[in-house]
Design a binder for this molecule. Structure first.
Ligand code: SAH
Ligand code: SF4
Length: 368
C-alpha cells in the first residue's frame, strides 16, 4: 500500500507578511499555528474589508491571537515619503518600501469612479523615451505585499474621507509582466471577494508588449488587458517602445489575438500622441487597419511632458482629427487627458524626485 496522500504543508519563508498571502495560504498558516481555520477569515476581513491598520483594532480577537498576528502584519501601512495633491483632485504618494526603494501610487477620482494606479516595479528596465519612469534605473521588483499594500493604503485613506475606490490599474511605475509572479498573487488578493473585492472588470493591467509572458498572464489573470501600442510601424515602435525590437508588431498582434477574452471584453490599446511622430491621419488609418479582427478599444493618451522630455504633445485639434478617423472606422475610442500633471502624477510622469528616490549620486550631490 502506498502512503496516503497528504495535504501540502505550508512552509512559509521568513519574514512572513499577511499581505503576501492569499486567503488560502493564510488559512494554512492558521492551521500551522494550531488555530481554527476560521481565524484566517476573521483576520482577512479585519485587514481587507474593515480596513484595520493595527491589531489593536481587531477587538473581537483574543489578546494572545492578536499578539501572534502582529508579527505578520506590522506594519500594515507603508510609510509615506511624500504626498502631493493636484488641483484636479488627483493625489500621488511616494511610499517607502524599505531598503532605500520607493514606489509611487496615484489616486484618480472622477464622477462615478475612484481609480488607484499601482506600481509593479521601482523604476523600469525598459526605456521608452517618452516615459519618465523609463529614465530611472530598475531598482527592483516590488513584492506581492508591496503591490497589495498600495491598494490597501489608498482604500483606507479614502474610506476615512468617505471616498470610494472602485478601480485598480496596474499602470504605475514598471512593467507588470516582468514581475508576473508577484503581480499574479497580488491580483488574486486584490480581487478576493471577501476582502478588497475589486472585480475583474475593474482591474486593468497595462503592458508594453512583453509577448513571451502574455500567454502565462492570460492563463493566470482574469483582468482587462491594456497594451501600449503607440505606432503600428515597426521602425517607429522600435524607437518608442524599445521592446518592439525583441517582440515586433506581428508577434504582438498574435499574442493579443490569443489573449483569453472570456466572452466579454476588448483589448484596450494605448496610443500616446507625440507631435509629428505618430499622430498623422495616415498613422490613424494604418492603426485602424492593423486592429482589424481584434476586439479593440483605443485610448488616445495626451502626452504628458516632463522636464527634458524629447517630445511635444500633439495639438488638441489634431488629436480630435486623429480620433475621428478611428471612431469612423467603428472603434470605441476615448481621449485620456492628463490627470494630476501639475504634481507629476499623470501617466508617464512617475519618477518621484531624484532626491526622494535616492537616485542622486552622492558624489555629484556634494559637488553641486
Ligand atoms: N509599463 C507598462 C505600464 C506602465 S506605463 C506599459 O508601458 O504599458 C502606463 C501607460 O502610460 C502606458 O500606456 C505608457 O505608454 C503611458 N505613458 C508613459 N509615459 C507617458 C507620457 N509621458 N504621457 C502619456 N502617457 C505616457
Ligand atoms: Fe516602462 Fe511602461 Fe514607462 Fe515603457 S512606458 S519605460 S514599459 S513604465
Amino acid at each position: 500500500m502506498g502512503a496516503a496522500p497528504t495535504a501540502p504543508v505550508f512552509t512559509p519563508s521568513a519574514p512572513l507578511r499577511l499581505t503576501d498571502m492569499t486567503r488560502e495560504e493564510l488559512t494554512q498558516l492558521m492551521i500551522a499555528w494550531g488555530e481554527k481555520p476560521y481565524r484566517a477569515q476573521q483576520a482577512w476581513s479585519w485587514v481587507y474589508a474593515r480596513l484595520a491598520g493595527t491589531v489593536e483594532e481587531m477587538t473581537d480577537l483574543s489578546k494572545s491571537f492578536r499578539a501572534r498576528l502582529a508579527e505578520v502584519i506590522a506594519p500594515l501601512r507603508p510609510p509615506v515619503i511624500s504626498h502631493r495633491v493636484s488641483t484636479d483632485g488627483t493625489e500621488k504618494w511616494l511610499l517607502d518600501c524599505g531598503d532605500g526603494v520607493a514606489a509611487e501610487t496615484v489616486f484618480i477620482p472622477d464622477e462615478e469612479r475612484g481609480t488607484v494606479c499601482v506600481s509593479s516595479q521601482a523604476g523600469c528596465s525598459l526605456a521608452c523615451p517618452f516615459c519618465r519612469t523609463g529614465t530611472l534605473p530598475l531598482r527592483r521588483n516590488l513584492t506581492t505585499a508591496e503591490i497589495v499594500e498600495q491598494v490597501l493604503f489608498v482604500r483606507a485613506t479614502m474610506a476615512a474621507r468617505g471616498v470610494r475606490v472602485t478601480n485598480v490599474v496596474l499602470m504605475g511605475m514598471g512593467e507588470p509582466l516582468y514581475n508576473l509572479a508577484a503581480v499574479t498573487r497580488a491580483v488574486r488578493i486584490i480581487m478576493d471577494n471577501t476582502g478588497l473585492a475589486i472585480g475583474c472588470r475593474k482591474l486593468t493591467l497595462s503592458t508594453s508588449g512583453v509577448v513571451n509572458k502574455m500567454e502565462e498572464a492570460g492563463l493566470n489573470l482574469n483582468v482587462n488587458l491594456a497594451i501600449s501600442l503607440h505606432s503600428v510601424r515597426d521602425a517607429v515602435r522600435d524607437q518608442l517602445v524599445p521592446i518592439n525590437r525583441k517582440f515586433n508588431l506581428a508577434a504582438l498582434r498574435r499574442a493579443a489575438l490569443a489573449w483569453p477574452m472570456r466572452g466579454r471584453d476588448r483589448i484596450t490599446w494605448e496610443y500616446v500622441l507625440l507631435d509629428g511622430v505618430n499622430d498623422s491621419l495616415q498613422d490613424a488609418r494604418e492603426l485602424v487597419n492593423w486592429l482589424k479582427g481584434i476586439p479593440s478599444k483605443v485610448n488616445l493618451l495626451a502626452f504628458n511632458p516632463w522636464p527634458g522630455a524629447p517630445y511635444a504633445p500633439t495639438p488638441r485639434e489634431q488629436i480630435l482629427r486623429f480620433q475621428e478617423v478611428v471612431a469612423n472606422a467603428g472603434l470605441v475610442t476615448i481621449i485620456r487627458d492628463s490627470r494630476g500633471a501639475d504634481v507629476g502624477a499623470a501617466c508617464g510622469q512617475l519618477a518621484g524626485t531624484a532626491g526622494e528616490l535616492g537616485l542622486f549620486n552622492p558624489l555629484h550631490a556634494t559637488e553641486a
